[in-house]
Write a protein that binds this ligand. Sequence first.
Ligand code: SAH
Length: 523
Amino acid sequence: MSTGIVHLVGAGPGEPNLVTLRARELIARADVLVYDQLVHPELVKWCRPECEVIFAGKTAGCHTVPQAEIEALLVQHAQAGRRVVRLKGGDPFIFGRGGEEARALASEGVAFEIVPGVTAALAAGAYAGIPLTQRHTSSALVFLTGHEDPAKPGPSVNWRSYGALKNTTFAIYMGMGRLRHILAELVAGGLAPTTPAAVVQWASLGRQRSVAGTAATLADLAEKSGLAAPAIIFVGDVVKNHEAIDWFERLPLFGRRVAITRTRDQNSELREKLETLGAEVLELPLIRVTKEVSKDGLIEILAELGQYDWIVFTSANGVRIFFEEFFKGFEDVRALGGLRFACVGAATAREIERLHLRVECQPATATGESLADALITTGSLDHAKVIVVCGNLNRDTLVKKLEAGRAIVDRLPLYRTEQTDLARDPVADDFRTHGADAILFASSSAVQSFTDQAKSLQLAKTAKRPLAGSIGPQTSETMKQLGMPVDFTAKQPNLDALVAALVKTLSTSPNAKGSAPKTARGK
Ligand code: SAH
C-alpha cells in the first residue's frame, strides 16, 4: 500500500502571509510541490531543498500543462509514496478546478486532503476597503466567473438574470476581457446604471491597483487606467465604502518597488517590514552565508568552554551555527557554564534570547567598535578569556580593541560570506527590466557583490533608477569607495531605521502613486 498523499492547498490571493498555518506546514514537509502562476514565489521557497518543485501553470487560454496531465502527475507521485502539495491560487474549490483534481485522486484511490485558502474576492474586498456585505443594503453575495476564454466549455452566465437581483454584491472573477459586455448585460437585466462598481487588480500585493465608478462608467475608467487580469470586478452598493476605507493603497510605501540585497534568510525580516508599509519587494540576495567551521578550533574551544568568560557574536548566523555545533557535542545547555554573552545588534540578540540565554552586553550603536567599548566599560575584560565568533569577512577592529582592553581573545571562524550569481535569477531580470524606486544595502559584502555583478544587474534604458540606501557608516563607506551614490542612510544601523529613512526619502521623491511598472512576476 502506498503511503503517498496529495494535499490540495489554497495558496491565497498573493500576499504570502495570507496562507493558512496548515498550508505553510505542508509546504515545509512536501516531497513534491506542484504550483501554478498565481502562486507567490515566496511560498515555493518554504519547501525543503530536496523537494521536487514542478510548475504547472497556465497562461490565459494557453495551457502549458494540460489538466489531465496535472492530474496524472499528482496520482503518479502519490502512488510512488510521496507527499505531494498541490498549491492552487486562492481557494482550490473556487474557480480553481480543485474539484476535478480531487475526483481524479478519489477515482485512483489516492489519499488526499483539501486545505481552503483566502479566495481572491475576499482579499480584493479587504485590501480595497470594500466590505462584501452590508447591513440594510447588501444581504447577498454572488461569486461569478466572467469566463475569460469564450472557447472554454461550461455554462455561460446569464448576466441579465443576475441584473434583476436586489441588495446583492457581485464579485466577478476572470471578467476583465469582457468587462464592458458584463456591465451592459447586468444593466439590461435591471441593474441601476448608477450602481457603484470597482475593479481591483493584483489584490493584496504591492502592485495592487483599483478604480471605482459605477456600472455605467467602470468599463471606460478601467480601460483608461489600463487595468487587466488578474482582477476582481465588484458591483454593488458596498463599493461606496472604497473611498472612505481604502487603507492599503494609502500606505506610505504603496506602489513603490524596493530591492533588498541581504541573504535569502535575512531578507525575510526586511521584506516583512517593507510589505507592511505597502511596498512591492524585490529580493536580490547578493550574498549567501555558508557554514565553514574550523574543526580544530571548534573542538579546542568546546573542550575548554568552562575557562572562557565571554562569547561575542557579530551576527545571527554566528549564533545559529555556534549552537548547531554546540548541541552536537552537548545535550545540556548548562555545559555553557558561566559563559557571558555579548553581541553587536538586535537581530543577533534575538537569536541568543530565543534560547533563553541572557545577553549581558549589547552596545547602543550596532558596530564592532561600540561593542568592544561596551565590553571594556563592564570592567570585566582584564585577563578575561573571550571567544569571538566570526566569519571570513570580519574586520580585525573588534578583536584588536578587546586585546587592547587586556582580554585574551580566541577567534572561532564558523561561516563564510560569498557572492551569489544573479545572472539568471527571475527577480534580477525584473529589476533589470523595470528598475525600482530604491535599493537597500545592509552590508559591505552585498555592496561589493552588487558592483562585481554590475554587468548582469545593468538596468534597461527605460527602467526606473533606484535611490540607494545604506544601513550604516561601514556600508556607506564601501559604497563611496566603490563609486556608488549614497542617497540615504539609516540614523542608527538597524533595519527599522533603514526603513524609516527610506520612507522619509521616498515621501519627498516624485512618484505617481500606484503607477509602479507592472512586473513579470507570477505571469
Ligand atoms: N481559485 C482562485 C481563482 C482562480 S481563477 C481563487 O480562489 O481566488 C483566476 C482569477 O482569480 C483571476 O482571473 C482573477 O479574477 C482572480 N484573482 C486571482 N488572484 C487575484 C488577485 N490577487 N487580485 C485580483 N484577482 C485575482
